[in-house]
Design a protein around this ligand. Structure first.
Ligand SMILES: C[S@@+](CC[C@H](N)C(=O)[O-])C[C@H]1O[C@@H](n2cnc3c(N)ncnc32)[C@H](O)[C@@H]1O
Length: 197
């Protein structure tokens, strides 16, 4: 399904980073190691590389990775793009930042497992950055899967990060224009937490 969706010249989610990344650019510092999970066509990983971070991107749709590589070349940055199914991945090392933007393709059980793996991949003192939709998004037709149980709530994220220092956990509404895939008034949530050192 994703492969079919990405198999076009167009960048389905655009080539600019998510507005969430721009809003939180102050958290990015040159030299940090970052992991972008289910990175799609590269817009967010490439932005972090442009900010001077050393970036690894995990994604399983070959046509999305091909477009991401093309965009990175055009922008003159290096990203380690890995063709990986994040539900069957080793998560071998840790990162200063682990970033998951619009990765709500899993139901509650598989999501909990992915979240555990992503949490393990954050180095002590490092940050988890998540951005996605709340259940209020379902039925709007402006992006995201049609499954409320896949979405995040502030309580779900707070409970998933017990013991971490939660810096931001905010649900809000905003109009976004991030390619054809995410376009229009949207019910969003931003979450940022620091792992204990
Ligand atoms: C809504 S898109 C978001 C892409 C990107 N994060 C962005 O914001 O532009 C969801 C992405 O998850 C990827 N994806 C879905 N299931 C995956 C899996 N099991 N392993 C790796 N990537 C997956 C899709 O191919 C797609 O690129």
């Amino acid at each position: 399904m994703w492969e079919d969706r990405f198999n076009t010249e167009e960048y389905v989610f655009g080539t600019a980073p998510a507005q969430f990344m721009l809003d939180h650019q102050a958290l990015l510092s040159p030299g940090q190691r970052a992991l972008s999970v289910a990175d799609g066509e590269g817009r967010n990983s490439i932005f972090m590389a442009e900010c001077g971070l050393e970036v690894t991107a995990l994604e399983f749709a070959p046509s999305a990775i091909a477009k991401a590589r093309k965009l990175a070349t055009k922008r003159g940055v290096n990203v380690d793009f890995q063709n990986v199914d994040v539900t069957a991945h080793d998560w071998p090392r840790t990162y200063d930042l682990v970033v998951g933007i619009f990765i709500q393709f899993l139901g509650p059980d598989a999501r909990a497992e992915l979240m555990q793996n992503m949490k393990r991949s954050v180095a002590p003192g490092g940050l988890m950055l998540l951005h996605g939709y709340t259940p209020e998004q379902v039925g709007r037709g402006t992006g995201g899967p049609p499954r409320a149980e896949n979405m995040y709530t502030e309580d779900l994220l707070k409970d998933s990060f017990t013991g971490w220092n939660i810096l931001e956990n905010r649900a809000y509404e905003r109009e976004i224009n991030e390619g054809r895939g995410h376009s229009g008034m949207s019910a969003l949530i931003d979450f940022i937490a620091r792992k204990p050192a």
